[in-house]
Write a protein that binds this ligand. Sequence first.
Ligand code: NDP
Length: 331
Amino acid sequence: MDFFKPLNVDDNNTEKKEITGAAEKIECLILGSGPAGYTAAIYAARAGLTPVMYQGMEPGGQLTTTTEVENFPGYPQGVTGPVMMEDLKAQAERFGTDIRWGMATESDLTKRPFRVIIDENIAVEAETLIIATGATAKYLGLESEEKFKGAGVSACATCDGFFYKGKIVAVVGGGDTAAEEAIYLAGLAKKVYLIIRKPFLRASQTMQNRVMNIPNIEVLFEHNTKEITGDSAVTGAILTKRAGEIDEEEVKIEIDGFFVAIGHKPNSDIFAPTLDRDETGYIKTISGSSKTNIKGVFACGDVQDPIYRQAVTAAGSGCMAALDAEKFLKE
Ligand code: NDP
């Protein structure tokens, strides 16, 4: 499900709802609760900006669906994603961040204060806005994939892998996420197929080496998924394998679970069209800062980063956003 869904694209909600009552005034509004949002909150709270954070659809962000994080500085023994996010939350609360449940569903950034609607019925007005709404997993777009969501199709191995103990699963994708998911699932499942459309993995060399050395992972290079099959739950998949230059040969595999790990879409739709974004939807920031094309609106973390997308880079950019917001308010 999309973290942010503009009201005007909801099939059942073509009309914008009338919000009555006075909007709450907020000096520094932070949307999103991943490493970027929490770091922005820590800095903004310490600077006395009395930040209010709405956590969004997935409190704690994508890291809450990760197992071991080994590359975040300060945890020499590694840490699990959920524990790390609890640590960040506690630190943001310690300095007085007002952390709330709720998701931004609409925004008007045409003038200051910026108006944001939370959960379709609460209006808030912010002097500065820090967007840290992250990104959401992409799917292949197959009809059968849609049919089996929650019944064998998943985009999160750490959330759903447990159900496939001793079974056979497939993971689609050749990046670090797919490699990580395949490795995680290999520890639970009897067998893991890793389906990659190119003749090589895009994942880092370390992850590639790990994948290739796990005996119950079978890597299927140059394969695409045509259909996921089953009745009430997934029982197989039909793949196409490139044979020679143009011919495609069908390959059937028997599986119980199908995991999609092909990248993410930034959660920025509710800020269009006022906010400048690239063709994928990543918010454009002015190089070396968190500033957007709108004065007083700052973006940090995965919603504006198509390149690095790491917890530590997200945290760093959250710090930048809070410092930029503080400077903006002083000026
Ligand atoms: P990536 O964009 O890196 O990889 C996406 C993969 O999915 C690619 O192999 C791509 O294939 C494939 N793909 C995309 N669309 C389709 C499709 N329609 N059908 C089949 N395959 C498809 O995304 P990730 O989520 O893996 O990683 C994002 C970023 O996060 C990266 O920078 C990565 O390094 C980082 N990361 C780091 C981790 C860590 O350090 N522990 C863990 C996880 C991620 P193709 O190559 O052909 O385009």
